[in-house]
Write a protein that binds this ligand. Structure first.
Ligand SMILES: Cc1ncc(COP(=O)(O)O)c(C=O)c1O
Length: 468
């Protein structure tokens, strides 16, 4: 007999965890050795009860969890997960639907249709676009750039899916020096070769230099793909989409925008100026597991030309015929075949937040980022390095007494992390080590920001004392 009561055990454990989450240390507490000592064992010959297996996992993992779902975790661009989205994520697992096709899950198919329509509406993107649900922005960038590759070669009369890349016309790819590493990974995976990328310089905020971009584009002959960015992962800056879209259009180039977190700015009228002309691109990549605050794995790839998008994969298994041209088969819009029904989570998250709720999450994070910047700038020797236009704050501590300022900043970051009050990481910005804050969690408050700033202040004072 299945022991479905285990689901309640897990639900109770999850509930208990989420209740204490705001008060937990922001970073993991155990070392690798300690974690291994808790979980390492020989694979049992005889299985354990589901409850026992789950309890062992909880016991082994809890001290190694980052409180990245909590309000004072500012590392990477993590986002949190709202109760509605977590609960629906459980349901998606319990229902265990395969979102591959209408036939494998009629419900997953129609929910994807509705979510796709809502997202295009919320983000102000062309209504006719195709939307695919993927694991994250890496896959979204890969999928969009693959469709772009197919499209620019098709215009040259080259069918890359049939004839491959070996003798295909050369494809120009233009990226900013500040594009995200996953864009370059996508280019590698697609077989275009990162050495072939024309890398254009960026300004002090990480925005592509328009003059250099136009010169690079003018030098391109034949099929061309341009990669732009909504939300630099360090500064939050957006490229200038209007001029880029106009130049790309004039040259017949494909314009892709990596908006892993930045695309959500389109949901906020306050951020309209940043996102201007974003809807003139040919494709967009975004993560729902960042600023929409749903659990991992959840990204979207959006392509203006839905017919091209739907042709991404034309091969079908004989046992898996389509229900018909009007029926959505999720796997036609994404590289994966059998897929998690992540559309369910997005449906509940969007219903729960509504248009206003998404806007509020975005605006609230941006306001808190402003508070961070203003208050950090008041601390001695702290310099905020970016214009805070979105949710990202970069700062560096520059005491005259420091012999090695980069090392000083790294030590301060470690002290902050060890304090457990909040978690922020370091990055390299313009050749220097800086500390980096990403405010992307729905539950972060201004009080969390002040508590975190106090811990930064403490860490700086302690490091200053110990280095004297
Ligand atoms: C601008 C940008 N693009 C792509 C990614 C990659 O996203 P993922 O890790 O979800 O694949 C990130 C992650 O932070 C990002 O900030």
């Amino acid at each position: 007999m299945p022991d479905n009561k285990t689901l309640l055990t897990a639900a109770q454990a999850a509930f208990d965890y989420r209740e204490k989450l705001p008060h937990l240390a922001a970073g993991a507490q155990a070392s690798r050795e300690e974690l291994l000592s808790l979980v390492n064992a020989d694979l049992p010959d005889d299985g354990e009860s589901p409850d026992a297996a789950i309890q062992m996992l909880i016991k082994g993992a809890e001290r190694g969890l980052n409180s990245s779902a909590g309000p004072r975790y500012f590392g990477f661009v993590i986002g949190g997960s709202t109760p509605a989205s977590v609960a629906t994520d459980w349901l998606a697992s319990a229902w265990d639907q395969n979102a591959q096709s209408y036939n494998t899950s009629p419900a997953a198919s129609v929910i994807e249709e509705i979510v796709a329509k809502w997202l295009l509406d919320l983000l102000g993107l062309p209504k006719e676009s195709g939307v695919g649900f993927v694991t994250g922005a890496q896959m979204a960038n890969f999928t969009a750039l693959t469709v772009a590759r197919n499209a620019v070669l098709q215009k040259q009369g080259w069918d890359v899916e049939a004839d491959g890349l070996q003798s295909a016309p050369h494809i120009n790819v233009i990226c900013s020096e500040c594009c995200h590493a996953t864009v370059r990974s996508a280019i590698r995976l697609m077989g275009l070769g990162v050495k072939n990328v024309k890398t254009v310089s960026a300004d002090s905020e990480g925005r592509i230099e328009l003059g250099a971009f136009n010169r690079a584009l003018a030098a391109c002959k034949g099929p061309t793909i341009v990669c732009a960015q909504a939300g630099n992962v360090n500064t939050g800056a957006f490229d200038a989409f209007g001029p880029m879209a106009a130049s790309a259009k004039e040259r017949g180039a494909w314009l892709h925008i990596d908006g892993a977190f930045g695309l959500w700015a389109c949901a906020s009228p306050k951020l309209k100026n940043l996102a201007e002309h974003i809807n003139e691109a040919d494709s967009w990549a975004a993560d729902a597991h960042k600023w929409l605050n749903v659990p991992y794995d959840s990204g979207m790839v959006i392509i203006r030309d839905a017919a091209l998008h739907r042709n991404l994969k034309t091969a079908r298994c004989a046992y898996s015929a389509s229900a018909g041209p009007d029926f959505r088969d999720g796997s036609q819009w994404a590289p994966e075949n059998s897929r998690r029904a992540r559309g369910f989570v997005l449906y509940a998250a969007l219903r729960n937040l509504g248009r206003k709720g998404v806007r509020q999450v975005v605006d609230n994070c941006c306001e808190i980022a402003q508070t961070f910047a203003a208050e950090l700038a008041k601390l001695p020797h702290v310099r905020v390095l970016n214009r805070v236009v979105l949710n990202q704050v970069l700062f560096r501590i520059e005491p005259e007494s420091a012999i090695d300022t980069d090392a000083f900043n790294k030590s301060v970051a470690l002290r902050i992390q060890r304090s457990g009050v909040c978690w922020m990481g370091t990055t390299q910005w313009r050749g220097q080590t800086a500390l980096r804050i990403s405010v992307s969690n729905w539950s972060t408050t201004t009080a969390d920001a002040h508590q975190s700033i106090a811990s930064v202040k403490n860490a700086i004072e302690q490091e200053t004392q110990s280095s004297q």
